[in-house]
Design a protein around this ligand. Sequence first.
Ligand code: UD1
Ligand code: CA
Length: 473
Amino acid sequence: MSKLDLVIVLAAGDGTRMKSSKAKVLHEIAGRSIIENVLAAVAPISAKNTTVVVGADKDAVVEHLSTISSKIKTVEQKKRNGTGGATQIALAEHSGDGTVLILAGDTPLLTTQTLQEFLDAHHNDKNQASVLTALLPDPTGYGRIIRADNGLISKIIEEKDATDSQKEIDEINTGVYLFDLKTLRQVINDLQSDNAQKELYLTDTIELINKSGANAFAILSNDYTETLGINDRTQLAECAAIMRDRINNQHMLNGVTIIDPTTTWIDTEVRIESDVVIYPSSAISGKSIIKSAAIIGPRTTLVDCEVAEEASVIESFATKSKIGKGAKVGPYTYLRKGTLLDNESKVGAFVEIKNSTIGKGSKVAHLSYVGDAQIGQESNIGAATVFVNYDGENKHQTKIGDQVRIGSDTMLVAPVTVGDGAYTAAGSVINEDVPAGAMGIGRARQVNILGWVLKKRKDSKSAAAAKKAGAKE
Ligand code: UD1
Ligand code: CA
């Protein structure tokens, strides 16, 4: 049985301090929106109902929430009259009693463990209201906790309403609360906006609960970094760095070598097996999977990629691609959507590939573009080959068989097929199929005009060198 009947996430605020055209809670940290991080921390506690209060950039936020879970209910706060106003609307839409967890949609570093411990303490102590608090090195901007005896809070004072001596208090309100629903309902509509921001403060319910004869307790969290809120872009960067360290530490504890954790950015949903080595300035994002003993980086970005065992990807950028076992990529390779590199294949410097399969053991080692192609096994694509896949209106396919040798600087004009074991001559434009075992040549025959330099560039250094080599007019 869940001990939690309702979760309310407050996310209607305008996020003015972000100076952004999109809602604050949609900005991302480690590949997930800020609010998705909050909801992911809450999810394992399995509340019976989850309500998100939306307002600013409402349509985008509602749409985003629908991609996270179909069970999330949203209510709209049309007039942004404060966290108390937002809570009133959420409570009006919910009947029933029990326990409610209220938190802000802008605190993405909270962990399930901290929330669970907070919930356990609230229930074990039979509290009617609990506030999760933290001791901050710099409490500026947060609501301050005015304590009473025995762990009780008498009230919470917002920074803008605080006296100088209250501002000295370094215990702050994290914006995470647990209430007995009945107790909260008794006071929620009595909030007044007689404060510096002319808003209904959810924090004022604490004083009202005390006056009603019930008790509110402060529960101090032991890691203040979890409770940091994001209000502007500097805080966004601070929280992202803390999340980065958290994720990297977890991978290192699982047996991944990260040479420079401060320049390695790995998204939350990435999976990495042991003995992978990640060199500096690399980013692994989306739902990427990196299998054991692969080597990533330096300076490599992988977005939604799968890298198999013992493969290496060096100084490269890849998105939505699969890299086979023992395959070698880079330096300076660009792999686009739909690239499949089979086991032991090799793709080298200044090669771009999209929507193509490179067969087992095949090589595209230098300066080539491969688009919409199927390449068989152990074929070699010479330097500066271009798969000419676009006729200006449509894209076409190229098929290359097994054990093929494509000469350097070949233009393969699609649609075209090169059979097993065939060759193409360097510098060819191949626009007709080359049968298995044939040599395809598509270029003008070479002509040498003997003595041309001696006649036309008489006094040049080239003419002197040619003469010395025995050339005659
Ligand atoms: C709030 C707390 C403060 C606490 C801090 C912790 C109040 C009055 N103050 O301040 O004590 O230290 O969080 O991070 O609650 N929101 C709405 N509707 C509104 C206004 C806000 O849904 O009308 C949402 C925002 O989207 C945000 C959350 O409530 O997710 C908190 O609002 P914010 O303006 O960031 O409050 P703080 O000033 O940070
Ligand atoms: Ca905030």
